[in-house]
Design a protein around this ligand. Structure first.
Ligand code: HEC
Ligand code: HEC
Length: 460
C-alpha cells in the first residue's frame, strides 16, 4: 500500500528519470539531417547527472545472487558485460561498435547518464531497436545493485539510489513510474521552470509501459490520455532534475527540435514471420468495420482519428487517468512547456475522461499491450476472457501463434527471497495499476473473425 504513494519531498531532489534516444530500425540511413542530429544528441549528450561510474557497472556482478555470480567470476570482462546488459535490459547501439549502451550516455569521464532510450530503446524479439519500447528495462534492479556496488567501493550514492529505497522505480521489468516522477518534478517548478521550494506532496505511484516512438508521426497530442499537445518543449519534461535550471531549457530548445524531428522520422519494423495474405485481407475488412473508428486505417492513405474513449467504455486500468490530477495538468498547461502566455500557446486538456486509442503501426513489435503492459500477446488482447493473471516472459523469441511475448502463466508470484530481478520479470495483474481487464471490443467478433483480424494486425 505504502508504495502506491510517492512522497514527493524527497523525490523532487532525487530523481534523474529521463533522457532518451533512438534511431531508425537499422540505424544506417538517417531520415534527414535534423533527425540524425536528434539521435546523436540523445546518445552523446548527458542531460542529467550520471547515475553511476563505468567502474561501478563493471563490478555490479559482485552483487548478483548465486550461481550467476560464480559464473560471472570466471568469464571474460566482455562476456560479463553482456551478462549485465541482459540482466538489466540494456543493449549496444545498432551500427556502432563502441560497445556503449544505447540506453545511457557515457560521458568523457566514464559516467553513465540515463537517456530516453532507457525506456524508448529496447529490443524487438531480441534485436536492439531505438524507438522500440524497452520491455526488459530493469531500472529498479539496476539501481539497487549499482548502489550496493557503490557502497562496497566506498562511493557516494546518487539521488536515484536514495529515491529507489523509498519508492520502487518500477515493480515489473519493462515498466517504470516515469509519469509519477514527471509530476513530482514539475511540482517543484514555477511556470517559467524556476525551481521552487515546494511543500511535500503525495502522488499516486504506478507503473507504465512506454509507448513505441514509431507511430508518433501520426499523433497530434501526447500520452495515453492525449492531454498535452505535441511539441519539442514537451519532450524536455524528462530532464527536470534540480541540476537543470530554467536556462537549460532555453539553451536546449533547438536540440529538442532535432529530437522531435528524429522521433517523427521513425517508422515501425516489418513483421518477420509468415503472413497468410488471404486471411489478412479478410481481417482487414473486419478491422475496418469494427476497429477503425478508434484505431484508424493503414497504408499510404492512412487516417488516424485520435479518439478518446471514456474510461467506463474502454474499461482498462483506471489508475493512470486518475493519478494525473487536474491540478497537475493545469500546472503543465500554464507552463513554458505548453508555451503558456506566448503567441503559440497550446491547448491542454485538464480533465480528459479516458484513454486515446493509439495507432497500431508495428503493433506486433511492441508487446506487451495496453498502457500498463498487462497483456502479453495480441491473441490475449483479442480474447479478453483468456488473459493471464500472473505471467512472465520465458524467452526473447516471438510467440508466432499468439503474436507477442513467449510467456508462461503462474498461479502465484515467486518468493521475494529468491532472485529479485527474476521476481520483477513476473507481471501480476492483481496489483495496483496493473489490471489486464477491459477493451472487450474484440468480443463482438466470432472466433474465425478474431483469427483473421489477428492475421491483419501482423501487417501493420
Ligand atoms: C523511465 C522511462 C522513460 C524515460 C527515460 C523517458 N520516457 Fe518517454 N515515456 C515513458 C512512458 C511510461 C510514457 C507514457 C506516458 C503516458 O502515456 O502517460 C512516455 C511517453 C513519451 C512520449 C509520448 C508518446 C505518445 O505517443 O504519446 C514521448 C514523445 C516521449 N515519451 C519521449 C521521451 C523523450 C524525448 C525522452 C527523453 C528526453 C523520454 N521520453 C524519456 C517513459 C520514459
Ligand atoms: C471504442 C474505441 C475502440 C475500439 C472500437 C477498439 N479499440 Fe482498441 N483500443 C482502444 C483504446 C482506448 C485503447 C488503449 C487502452 C489502454 O491502453 O488502456 C486500445 C488499445 C488497443 C490495443 C493495444 C495497443 C497498445 O499499444 O498496447 C490493440 C492491439 C487494440 N486496441 C486493437 C483493437 C482491435 C483489433 C479492435 C477491433 C476488434 C479494437 N482495438 C477496437 C479503443 C478502441
Amino acid at each position: 500500500m505504502l508504495q502506491q504513494f510517492l512522497f514527493f519531498a524527497i523525490t523532487a531532489f532525487l530523481i534523474p528519470l529521463s533522457l532518451v534516444r533512438g534511431l531508425a530500425s537499422d540505424s544506417a540511413a538517417p531520415a534527414n539531417p535534423a533527425a540524425e542530429r536528434g539521435y546523436r544528441f540523445l546518445t552523446d549528450t548527458a542531460l542529467i547527472p550520471a547515475d553511476f561510474h563505468e567502474s561501478t557497472f563493471d563490478e555490479v556482478w559482485k552483487a548478483w545472487p548465486q550461481p550467476l555470480k560464480s559464473r560471472a567470476a570466471i568469464v571474460s570482462p566482455a562476456e560479463r558485460r553482456t551478462m549485465a546488459f541482459d540482466r538489466y535490459g540494456l543493449t549496444t547501439r545498432p551500427g556502432d561498435d563502441s560497445g556503449k549502451p544505447l540506453q545511457y550516455v557515457v560521458t568523457a569521464d566514464r559516467g553513465w547518464s540515463m537517456n530516453c532510450f532507457a525506456c524508448h530503446g529496447g529490443t524487438v524479439y531480441g534485436t536492439p531497436m531505438p524507438g522500440a519500447p524497452n520491455n526488459r528495462f530493469a531500472l529498479q534492479s539496476l539501481t539497487e545493485e549499482t548502489f550496493q556496488t557503490k557502497l562496497r567501493q566506498g562511493k557516494r550514492p546518487s539521488r536515484m539510489d536514495l529515491g529507489a529505497i523509498a519508492v520502487p522505480l518500477g515493480t515489473t521489468n519493462g515498466t517504470t513510474n516515469a509519469v509519477v516522477f514527471g509530476m513530482g518534478l514539475m511540482n517543484a517548478r514555477d511556470s517559467q521552470l524556476n525551481l521552487l521550494f515546494a511543500p511535500p506532496r503525495f502522488f499516486v505511484n504506478h507503473d507504465m509501459d512506454a509507448p513505441p516512438w514509431w507511430y508518433f508521426y501520426k499523433r497530434p497530442a501526447m500520452y495515453i490520455d492525449g492531454f498535452a499537445k505535441k511539441g519539442h518543449r514537451g519532450l524536455m519534461q524528462f530532464t527536470l532534475v534540480p541540476e537543470n535550471g530554467p536556462d537549460f531549457y532555453r539553451k536546449h530548445e533547438d536540440n529538442f527540435r532535432d529530437v522531435l524531428a528524429y522521433i517523427t522520422s521513425l517508422r515501425p519494423p516489418k513483421y518477420t514471420g509468415p503472413i497468410d495474405q488471404t486471411l489478412a485481407s479478410r481481417g482487414e475488412s473486419l478491422f475496418v468495420q469494427n476497429c477503425s473508428k478508434c484505431h484508424g486505417t493503414y497504408g499510404d492513405d492512412w487516417t488516424y482519428p485520435n479518439v478518446r474513449v471514456p474510461l467506463d467504455e474502454v474499461g482498462t486500468d483506471p489508475v493512470r487517468l486518475k493519478a494525473l490530477t487536474e491540478e497537475g495538468r493545469k500546472k503543465y498547461a500554464d507552463s513554458w512547456f505548453a508555451h503558456a502566455g506566448e503567441a503559440d500557446a497550446q491547448q491542454t486538456l485538464t480533465d480528459p475522461d479516458g484513454y486515446v486509442a493509439p495507432p497500431l503501426d508495428g503493433i506486433w513489435a511492441s508487446a506487451p499491450y495496453l498502457h500498463n503492459g498487462s497483456v502479453p500477446t495480441l491473441w490475449h488482447l483479442m480474447h479478453p476472457d483468456h488473459r493471464p493473471v500472473v505471467w512472465w516472459p520465458v524467452s526473447a523469441q516471438m510467440d508466432e501463434e499468439k503474436v507477442g511475448l513467449t510467456i508462461e502463466q503462474a498461479s502465484e508470484m515467486p518468493d521475494s527471497s529468491d532472485d529479485l530481478v527474476l521476481r520483477r520479470s513476473f507481471f501480476d495483474t492483481r496489483q495496483f495499476g496493473k489490471s489486464g481487464d477491459g477493451h472487450t471490443f474484440p468480443d463482438t467478433l466470432s472466433e474465425p473473425e478474431k483469427q483473421a483480424v489477428l492475421e491483419y494486425l501482423k501487417t501493420l
